[in-house]
Design a protein around this ligand. Sequence first.
Ligand SMILES: O=P(O)(O)OC[C@H]1O[C@H](OP(=O)(O)OP(=O)(O)O)[C@H](O)[C@@H]1O
Length: 178
Amino acid sequence: MTEAAGPERLISETEVARAVNDLADRLAPRLSPDAVVVCLLTGGLWFAADLTRALAVRGRPLAFDALWLTAYGDKTRHSGITTVLAGLRRPVLGRQVLIVDDVLESGLSLEAARRLVQAAGASEVLTAVFALKPAPTPGRRPPDDFAWTAPDRFLVGYGMDAAGAHRTLPWIGALPQA
Ligand SMILES: O=P(O)(O)OC[C@H]1O[C@H](OP(=O)(O)OP(=O)(O)O)[C@H](O)[C@@H]1O
């Protein structure tokens, strides 16, 4: 019996931590002490936990909220519909918001989040993702900053899942290519 191949490791836990710290160095001066970090659940949770603590030690112990969105389900492509499972808990009216997510591919999830945060009255919206994948279609809005340039592979780990699997890996890998 042959064993199914696991994910191919692309970036180690140490490299992930270094990339998050470098990103925090760049972001901290751009953020108001009154800014709110909005994490996109579920995948953004691990990156947001690391990034917010890295920002806190850089003098930005920011307020934190979350939006729970889902668009991929168990598939490897955006479904075309971003469903809001849970919205913001606290007002962001008049405040700068940093939206944080694990990966940007089509950009549709981040755009849906941006619209929700703008509709809630944020004074400015910045976006940061850990992994920036190549755009599947032209015209995608880039994030304001990102930690790592990812290849065009289906990624897992550090929040990213394949039908629920591999999300809690501390490193990032890619599923074996067919
Ligand atoms: O740029 P896009 O093509 O929109 O892809 C990025 C989104 O896809 C994943 O979410 P998913 O819908 O899989 O939910 P999850 O956070 O529960 O993994 C990921 O966490 C991002 O939010």
